[in-house]
Design a protein around this ligand. Sequence first.
Ligand SMILES: *Cc1c(COP(=O)(O)O)cnc(C)c1O
Length: 428
Amino acid sequence: MIYKRSSALFADAEKVIPGGVNSPVRAFKGVGGTPIFVKEAKGAYLYDEDKNRLIDYINSWGPMILGHAYKPVVDAVVEKAKKGTSFGMPTEIETKIAELAVSMVPNIDKIRFVNSGTEACMSAVRLARGFTGKDKIIKFAGCYHGHSDSFLIQAGSGASTFGTPNSPGVTKGTAKDTLLALYNDIENVTELINANKNEIACIIIEPVAGNMGCIPPKDGFLEALRNLCDANNILLVFDEVMTGFRLAKGGAQELYSVYGDIVCFGKVIGGGLPVGAFAARHEIMNHLAPLGPVYQAGTLSGNPLAMAAGLAMLQELNTDAEVFNRLAEKTAYLHKGIAKVLNENNVAHTINRVGSMISVHFDEAEVIDFETAAKGNNDTFKKFFHGMLNAGIYIAPSAFETWFITDALTYEDLDFTIAAVNKVAKTL
Ligand SMILES: *Cc1c(COP(=O)(O)O)cnc(C)c1O
């Protein structure tokens, strides 16, 4: 494939945008080469600036669960835009989407809309601190909750020590309030809690991890976390920015029947426009301004175009009883097909999958946490990525990302993809 125009556009972008991109993973640093500039997209396909067609397994990192330029969503946005794009005043559509979200998701009474997943998680943690009157939080190594300071933390030494900043600009003062735990390791979490008695406001977790590849929670892990939180007066924050409205109507909470105290959303809930949200039962949400003392606000929060897109998307997902089964079946088919051809070609791999999230990992060992995820062979991944790209298939340009399956994919697309994996596997 030729990427002449993409390369030229990237060179122009680098002059005026740091690294040429507005979010780092887009720059292809993890795989080498220059990023592809998209011109348009429809259904399961991206069309780039060099007129290549790519089958899309990223789908804007999740939001386009029903495919690109999905008509009901596009129509809703276009109609809304004609009536004004922002007012900074209440609009009826905010209540409509809030009612629908609250009805689809178990265990939430009220929801507040923001503009990104980052904002949702940042605000959820502030609310948890304000509600419990405690400062510290526990997050898990390898889980991503957006780029706010409290989450940009790496492990210190030993289970009971504080985390340290993993980006310049995050202060030691901030880092000392974030404790880092190991995913799927309940003993580690218990130790952290015991070493910080009555100091922990919340535990925040991706109930199915998706930002170190896809990693499901071990049997009983979420239940055990729930029990630990209850026993220690700690709020459990489920970051469902990736899993919400993707794994089921009610997200991972519905799938595992374990419920968070505060739940964060993003990605699918905005239908492809910039939306995040956080939600909880009344007593917690009533702590937020203007009802309560915890401050949180946004000039463009609840923006009518964003709400129109999100509402149209949720309505589709709410009325199509089969959509989540269909997505899971397509993903299972892809899983089976890829595993078969990788096995036939003797490529060491592990595939993790939950619903319509799947990741292919180039190492035989089970992938259960950040440490095991980091063991994957990155050179193999790079070759795999570029091989797939040459075959017209776009997967995430990083070994630590999940593939997001869209309902727009046909079984022909999946067969085409499996055949491409078979070809690429011979070069690995
Ligand atoms: C994408 C993501 C975020 C951050 O959302 P943005 O909209 O990129 O700020 C937070 N948490 C999880 C689990 C995510 O996947």
